[in-house]
Write a protein that binds this ligand. Structure first.
Ligand SMILES: [Zn+2]
Length: 403
């Protein structure tokens, strides 16, 4: 397999084996036909890009996506802050156009709309785009790429003042074509902003961000190469707490803005941390095995004591953890998730029936394994009645914690 940016051979450093598609929840009758696909990660020694060795066709992954972004309160607050921040920083007004790629149900665009900015969403999941349109968020159901961007520019006579994409840059196998599309649809003085999980998380045992949708695990040194290739420039970068540690990068046509010192500083830090070396990534194997052994040991011990254990929420990352660690009915009594779209369906691979949150209060488990560990504080706050009644939480990542 060759690098998707520079075509050099890539070297495998971590394998999760065969994994199900972690956003494809199943009806009971679909369980026997569930497909699994290899999940291996490799490193390109030439351009430093970390990427999946094998990919699954996007049509299989995204056309019936079950994730509705508006379900988390914390997430909505984050969206609101982002809209206010971008509008101020980029001086956006009623004449400006914000284009969001992978706009989901329009949760983010809604806040730009509220501020009087023109908006357009693009999302390949037809079912979710439909929901967005019904809510008054104009959304085109398509995959964003160069051809699409060119057509949009020529037919609709538009270019964007702001292109925004949260959790999309890591998802697109044809990434060079994608950023070429960004180049053509971005106004001469416009800014494109992308937010995605930072590769540093992999070194901090947050391996559960590895799943088939995430083709790329970006360092800034790799991104610099990517954008240079299509004549775009990274002029600022921020590290954010989203998804347990994300990067937010600011892109423009070359020379439009002064390059913030953050960019240079982070590149220096990454070289210091060895993000340009295969050995750095190979260390992930050992740390994940230790984590797995410790968690299984804990669950076994609790089970032997007759404790009742349930899992809280079934995010993509949680399904990776369950499958890779071999956790299912052997340790868990049940799983709950507040997304109605998931309730009544079975989790990928582990095949646990997803229940609504009320089940926690009916069954009163002794322990709740928080699979959405990145928002553990929010979960604990929401479930304070459970906690006060003696229920305990297990946070599995990055270090096992019982609260
Ligand atoms: Zn490469």
């Amino acid at each position: 397999m060759n690098c998707r940016i520079c075509q050099s051979p890539i070297i495998k450093f971590f394998s999760l084996g065969q994994m199900p598609l972690v956003n494809s929840f199943l009806k009971k009758e679909e369980i026997p036909d569930e497909e699994k696909f290899d999940l291996n990660v490799g490193f390109c020694p030439k351009c430093y890009l970390v990427q999946l060795i094998n990919t699954v066709p996007p049509e299989k992954l995204f056309r019936n996506y079950i994730y509705f972004s508006s379900t988390s309160k914390l997430f909505l607050e984050h969206c609101k802050e982002i809209a206010q921040y971008f509008v101020k920083r980029l001086n956006l007004g009623p004449e400006s156009l914000v284009l969001e790629i992978a706009s989901n149900d329009g949760a983010q665009l809604q806040f730009f709309k509220d501020l009087g900015i023109k908006i357009l969403g693009i999302d390949p999941a037809r079912n979710i785009a439909e929901v967005a349109n019904e809510k008054g968020i104009p959304t085109i159901s398509e995959f964003f790429n160069y051809e699409f961007a060119k057509k949009l520019k020529e037919e609709k006579k538009i270019q964007a003042d702001l292109i925004f994409g949260a959790n999309v840059l890591a998802h697109v196998p044809e990434i060079v074509d994608f950023v070429k599309g960004v180049k053509i649809i971005l106004k001469p003085k416009g800014t494109a902003i992308f937010e995605f999980p930072y590769i540093k998380g992999l070194m901090e045992k947050k391996f559960d961000t590895i799943y088939h949708e995430h083709v790329f695990y970006y360092s800034l040194i790799a991104l610099k190469n990517l954008f240079q290739k299509v004549d775009l420039e990274i002029y600022d970068v921020e590290i954010t707490p989203m998804q347990g540690g994300s990067l937010k990068i600011f892109i423009s046509h070359p020379g439009t803005f002064e390059i913030n010192a953050n960019v240079k500083n982070l590149i220096i830090q990454e070289i210091k941390d060895g993000f340009d070396k295969l050995e750095t990534y190979q260390k992930i194997n050992k740390s994940v095995i230790i984590l797995k052994n410790n968690l299984i040991h804990l669950l076994k011990k609790l089970k032997n004591k007759g404790k009742k254990i349930a899992a809280y929420s079934a995010p993509a990352k949680g399904n990776i953890l369950l499958n890779y660690f071999g956790i299912g009915e052997n340790y868990l009594d049940f799983i709950v998730d507040k997304s109605e779209a998931k309730q009544g369906l079975y989790t990928p691979g582990a095949h646990l029936l997803v229940h609504p949150l009320e089940k926690i209060y009916q069954e009163k488990p002794d322990y709740l394994l928080i699979l959405c560990w990145n928002i553990a504080n929010e979960v604990i706050e929401q479930l304070k009645n459970y906690h006060m009644a003696g229920g305990k939480f297990i946070i599995p990542i990055p270090n096992i914690k019982i609260i």
